[in-house]
Ligand binder design. Sequence first.
Ligand code: GMT
Length: 387
Amino acid sequence: MKIGILCYPTYGGSGVVATELGIELAARGHQVHFISYSMPMRLNMGFSDNIFFHKVEMASYPLFDFPLYSIALASKIVEVAKFNGLDLVHAHYAIPHATSAYLAREIIKEEVLSKKKNNRNIKIITTLHGTDITLTGLEISFLPTMKFSVQKSDGVTAVSEFLKQKTQSQYEITKDIKVIPNFINQDIYKKINNNETKCLKDKLSKNGEKILVHTSNFRALKRVDDAIRAFKIINDKIPSKLLLIGDGPERSKCEYLVKDLGLVENVKFYGEQESFTEILSVSDLFLMPSQSESFGLSALEAMACGVPVVSSNAGGLPELNLHGETGYIAEIGDVEKMADYALRLLEDPNKYKIFSENALDRATTLFSAEKIIPEYEKYYEEILAEN
Ligand code: GMT
């Protein structure tokens, strides 16, 4: 198949899933065309002769107070589809990708009708990732357009059962939605046991401290302050360290909180990091106290490295993290409970070993690329076969 992928190229789960999906599809022989305003972060991994990147160029003009990205993207899709004979366009994150894809498909349809050369109709598949439904999609300035574009897609997928239900109930979208969860590449996400990780462990945990980790884009809905407050309770009972990976609007507030709680020696802010597996490989527990989380890709990445998860019960997290098996789940904001669960695991080596094995097993059997990519391929084929 010849597949166009629309995504955000920067930090963020939807862009990561879109990029990894494209790489996996290309490895299975499909031709993949990424279309975005800059090169997706994880695409910088060497040359492949069936992965192409098309940059959306933005024209500027004094009249255009605001960048007209959605229109420029639609025009680029038309061009890429025409010159490369795309079969389908897969839009990751509805706003604005599903809308630009809809516009492009309608333009191409008109051209096919008027028998312009080199044109064939394309199908659109939209994958809903989370905040496009639970947050930004609710904005009154996006709502009608988002709803229309999702409804007009030829196929729609959501990354969890929770997100599917939410989309259908909140927006009265009647379109059938297929649930295809996030996935991990096991060649990348696996526990690394080498000299480097041994040195890292020795450095971070000089006196055998337990290592807790959290990663996110530090937006308010990630409740990073809850991770810090829960850690304070844990750290009062057992020697421990908290590693915070990522950056975003709440980071300064969190740095002040760490200072106020007297935790500066035990909580480290590393900012954005390219390679996360080394850190996961030396970590004992992953904290995800989110207010809203449609799936929780970073928790899955931790599980794939054998790291159990203590999370909130937000959104699709209970579909990933099984309470009492791969980790524990507490009510959103219940930091005492989160700390209590973390201590139960960290203070009981036998229990910890079982949870760690369960986490690894669940991540690799249910959410591996080998299992999930064929689900996307099958869905593409089904949508292409429809009239
Ligand atoms: O909000 C984010 O964390 C980023 C966001 C995105 O779209 O880039 O992530 C969402 O998509 C991920 C991949 O499908 C999911 O694993 C995350 O749970 C989801 N985030 C939220 O729902 C908050």
